[in-house]
Design a protein around this ligand. Structure first.
Ligand code: ADP
Ligand code: MG
Length: 246
């Protein structure tokens, strides 16, 4: 059992690991029996990052644009990609995911973050005891369901932006669907559109990847135009009274 699970057990946040949901080279995710009093849920998902997580984002600086790391030793280690840098990097990923989920916690777009410890995040689980929510890419929805899913995802993209989040690795892999509702997951590389100058390009890429999947399934989307519209309405969102945003 990975070390960080001890913390969640000792704190009484979870009682038991029920089964692995996904074992990957970058992170593993486990279904847990959670303490209802402490977490508000009977089931939860525990995502544990690998210590030397190797996420193959070609140029990590794209995601870090606009951020300034004060500690010179940390900054240089990250830049040099030393072993120490790699360990720090794994920590950066998990913190970024945690912070992003917190930013989205009122939107119902993503799972709710419950607790963070070391390299692990306990979050709400999407699915039921019988089965976990499938990834969007595993579904072949009817035309009507496809349209409904797209409309919800489009709204989700707008809500994410309003909460200063561009996912930056969005695809039909990182959307879970349960009872017709999409939940966006997997945020370690998310960027803040107010800080990061690559945010618009990353948003376009996200929408293109999603759009390609929808188009293959039979809902042709003009993703260039959609990306332009979503970005434009975010830029001008301060013209909309706050009461009407959600
Ligand atoms: N909150 C959750 N509820 C249910 N299943 C989840 C949850 N989070 C992750 N999973 C499952 O684990 C898989 C991997 O999670 P993800 O966050 O995308 O990590 P990565 O892609 O880095 O391995 C998901 O595709 C999904 O099947
Ligand atoms: Mg993923």
């Amino acid at each position: 059992m990975p070390d960080s699970t001890e913390f969640f057990l000792d704190e009484g946040l979870i009682h038991k690991i029920l089964r692995p949901l996904k074992q990957g080279k970058e992170a593993s995710v486990h279904l847990c029996l959670a303490d209802r009093d402490k977490t508000g849920h009977d089931l939860a998902a525990l995502k544990i990052y690998r210590p030397l997580d190797r996420r193959d984002f070609h140029d990590e600086s794209i995601y870090r644009d606009g951020e300034w790391i004060k500690d010179g030793r940390v900054r240089r280690a990250l830049e040099n990609k030393s072993r120490f840098g790699r360990v720090l990097q794994a920590g950066t990923w998990v913190h970024r995911e945690w912070e992003t989920m917190q930013k989205l916690s009122l939107t119902q777009v993503a799972p709710l973050p419950i607790a963070l410890h070391d390299d692990a995040i306990l979050m709400t689980y999407v699915g039921d005891l019988r089965m976990a929510a499938p990834q969007l890419r595993d579904l072949h929805p009817t035309a009507e369901d496809l349209e409904a899913l797209w409309q919800q995802l489009r709204a989700a993209l707008g809500l994410m932006l309003l909460n200063d989040v561009v996912h930056a690795d969005l695809s039909a892999y990182n959307v879970l669907v349960w009872e017709g509702k999409p939940t966006v997951i997997d945020f370690p590389q998310a960027v803040d559109p107010k800080l990061n100058r690559n945010a618009e390009d990353l948003l376009r890429r996200d929408i293109q990847r999603l759009g390609e999947w929808f188009t293959r399934e039979g809902l042709a989307l003009d993703w260039e135009q959609i990306a332009g519209e979503i970005w434009f309405s975010w830029l001008h969102a301060d013209l909309i009274p706050a009461d009407f945003r959600h």
